[in-house]
Write a protein that binds this ligand. Structure first.
Ligand code: OOG
Ligand code: NI
Length: 269
């Protein structure tokens, strides 16, 4: 699989459970915009069978290289970002992992059992990053117990390995100079934005401003019955030039910390 095949598979899989994605795309294209993707994000657990080192492989194989590292203490997450070595228009990749050893014993046991019960061939599948959930477990009780401790763990249990958001590069838009203008346009068109920490995360001084929609709701059928659970979201990023004149390429941990919450159940209320 080459880079473009990988990225379009990630998009299709994301768009399938995120109706807002294609709608926002179309809305902007109707205004004459061409959409450029700033980055894509993927989540995982730090269990050595599925951690960042495993998930990154497919991206390294199509020409990506690790660049930045980020720590999210209260969410117990660690993340790395990747840039493509030759194609400067290729989206960055952001992969995060839940640090299981910092979580409760009960959460650790739940995740361990989930993975222990899987066919081990799934872990060596080169397309792991596209594999959503290959575990058989489908219990609302487990989902609820994870949700009590970690929105991230609960989301992973339901949606697994996939792109959890794509990101529109605001730099590449013609009709929106400021992120605020795009936010207003989206709100007027009916979208709800993630307001955790303010609708705009980051400042020009940090060289990156970001905003995002609240994740779409998607119906999940548990053994116990059907429930709507936040799936994936769309993000918008405006990058600023650094003193050397080059656009900032990395992420900002204090902003990312709030962007993660776009899939939180607690923000939907
Ligand atoms: C990633 C959240 C962080 C950013 O751009 O700062 C992020 C996630 O929700 O998995 O994407
Ligand atoms: Ni992002």
């Amino acid at each position: 699989m080459d880079k473009n095949q990988l990225l379009s598979k990630l998009w299709e899989q994301y768009a399938e459970i995120t109706p807002s994605a294609k709608k926002i795309h179309t809305l902007l294209e109707e205004k004459g915009e061409t959409i450029q993707n700033d980055h894509i994000a993927i989540r995982t657990f730090n269990d050595k069978r599925v951690n960042i080192n495993v998930l990154e492989k497919i991206f390294l194989s199509v020409g990506y290289e690790a660049r930045g590292e980020y720590v999210f203490e209260s969410k117990k997450l660690f993340a790395k970002h990747y840039e493509h070595t030759t194609d400067k228009d290729a989206p960055r990749i952001f992969i995060s992992e839940l640090e299981l050893e910092k979580c409760s014993e009960s959460l650790q046991n739940t995740v361990k059992k989930l993975l222990d019960d899987c066919d081990p061939n799934e872990f060596t599948n080169p397309e792991l990053a596209l594999n959503s959930t290959f575990w058989k477990s489908n219990s609302q009780a487990i989902y609820k117990s994870l949700l009590e401790e970690s929105e991230y763990a609960a989301w992973m249990y339901i949606y697994g390995f996939r792109a959890n958001h794509f990101t529109i590069s605001v730099n590449a838009l013609k009709h929106f100079e400021k992120l605020e203008e795009l936010n207003s346009f989206l709100e007027e068109s009916g979208w709800k934005l993630n307001a955790s920490g303010g609708k705009i995360k980051g400042t020009p001084e940090q060289f990156l401003e970001q905003s995002s929609t609240l994740a779409d709701l998607y119906t999940i059928t548990f053994d116990e019955g059907s429930v709507e659970i936040p799936s994936c979201y769309y993000e918008f990023a405006l990058r600023y030039a650094m003193p050397d004149g080059n656009l900032y390429q990395g992420f900002v941990a204090s902003s990312a910390d709030k962007i993660f919450e776009s899939t939180d159940v607690k923000l939907q209320k």
